[in-house]
Design a protein around this ligand. Structure first.
Ligand SMILES: Cc1cc2nc3c(=O)[nH]c(=O)nc-3n(C[C@H](O)[C@H](O)[C@H](O)COP(=O)(O)OP(=O)(O)OC[C@H]3O[C@@H](n4cnc5c(N)ncnc54)[C@H](O)[C@@H]3O)c2cc1C
Length: 384
């Protein structure tokens, strides 16, 4: 299924106009106040931007993945917190849906797609690797799990309604005994929520440190079965999510390039516009080629996912690797075009440069993507 060409191009124009108009005003407010205005959340919801990707039976608009990514590309030219809201809410259902029972689907997934319930992806720990290494545990007594451990860097972890939280059964190791729980953020006993939102970029989005001491969680909060946790947190979810982050890098790089072009056309030194200097033209040309190359790989990865191709996982990691490195180069050159002024907060490139850095961590660092790609290269499954 695809959205017909005319209505899709209308939707793209509508989102583009919103990003350039109200989106920029929200961006300025977020930077000034350090928080996301309630009205922004309401506006994204009422415009349907939080339910673009989910299928219709979950209340979403059912936009196919490749087309959805073209929309993410536009939204990512906006403030990173706006991009984060759209990316997270359009993606979290993918982790939950394959494992959810009817009650979880009705009470949590559908309200999340509708923008009424916020679910925070809660995996990372300060004292363990991100994956089967985690140390947060649950101990089962009757119909209750008692949760112990600590999470950090959790986006929306302060304000969310539920933490989609990874833990392991006490005493288990590796993948076995890994569980994913939908834990309500409702003042549970022994649950401490610490606001840890003072980040370099992605201002406005809240981030949490979470500490649990014998926190009782009903066993009905379990998604799937005991042992399914790794598949919930990393399985079907991360693959498309990495491609979405890769496309976010493309969108933000396009914004950086746009700002660099505007500035090069405006600023004069020694009687000529910067745009007339070959050194500056070379930066802009390199940026164009860099963005176009990464974009082509991201689209290929998106199609591979949509078609369930055997190399979809490989392309997902490869595209994220390439796109975030590209973003680092492009934002660096775009800032260079601005000269010293680009280092000042009054210029939009300063925020773009800071926001860009976060994307090298989201959905796994490049070091981890390289491990995945290298494995496929060495076992011969990485064909061209
Ligand atoms: C803005 C932002 C939002 C985030 N939101 C969330 C969220 O909502 N939920 C959530 O759970 N997490 C979130 N994270 C955390 C993010 O997923 C992690 O930062 C990322 O996965 C890296 O893990 P780490 O920070 O523990 O780094 P570490 O694992 O401590 O790694 C440190 C460095 O060592 C490298 N490294 C680690 N292990 C290996 C290895 N085996 N081989 C080679 N190199 C290795 C890493 O690549 C990195 O360069 C967020 C991070 C950021 C920056």
């Amino acid at each position: 299924m695809s959205v017909n060409d005319e209505s899709f191009s209308q939707l793209k124009s509508e989102i583009d106009a919103w990003v350039r108009g109200p989106g920029e005003e929200y961006a300025n407010t977020i930077e000034r106040t350090g928080s996301i205005p309630g009205a922004l959340f309401g506006e994204l919801k009422s415009r349907g931007y939080l339910s673009l990707a989910a299928p219709e039976h979950l209340g979403g608009r059912g936009i196919p993945f490749t087309q959805y990514l073209e929309l993410m590309e536009i939204i990512s030219r906006s403030h990173a917190s706006i991009r984060m809201l759209v990316h997270v809410i359009n993606g979290t259902w993918r982790a939950m849906e394959p494992f959810a029972n009817d009650e979880q689907r009705e009470n949590i997934i559908k309200p999340s797609v509708a923008g009424d319930t916020l679910v925070a992806f809660t995996l990372t720990e300060a004292t363990a690797g991100t994956g089967a290494d985690i140390r947060t545990t649950v101990r089962r007594e009757g119909d209750t799990y008692y949760l112990n451990g600590e999470k950090h860097l959790i986006t929306f972890g302060v304000k969310c309604d539920y933490w989609l939280l990874a833990a392991r059964i006490e005493g288990s190791t590796g993948k076995d005994g890994f569980v994913a729980l939908l834990v309500p953020n409702s003042g549970l006993p022994g649950a401490e929520v610490i606001d840890d939102s003072e980040t370099m970029g992605v201002r406005g989005t809240d981030h949490a440190i979470l500490r649990f001491t014998d926190t009782p969680v009903p066993v009905s909060a379990l998604l799937g079965a005991e042992g399914d946790g790794l598949a919930v947190m990393l399985g079907g979810f991360l693959l498309p999510s990495r491609v979405s982050v890769a496309m976010s890098a493309v969108g933000l790089a396009e914004r950086a390039q746009e700002l660099a072009v505007e500035y090069a056309n405006r600023r004069e030194t020694f009687g000529k516009h910067l745009a007339e200097r070959q050194a500056i033209q070379f930066y802009l040309a390199e940026n164009y080629a860099d963005i176009a190359a990464a974009r082509a790989l991201v689209i290929e990865a998106a199609r591979a996912y949509e078609n369930d191709a055997p190399n979809a996982g490989l392309l997902s990691s490869a595209s994220k690797m390439v796109a975030v490195d590209m973003l680092a180069r492009v934002t660096d050159k775009a800032l260079q075009v601005h000269g010293g002024s680009g280092y000042w907060k009054r210029n939009a490139i300063e925020r773009v440069y800071r926001d860009a850095r976060a994307q090298r961590f989201e959905e796994g660092t490049n070091e981890i993507q390289k491990l995945i790609v290298a494995r496929a290269v060495l076992d011969g499954t990485a064909t061209y």
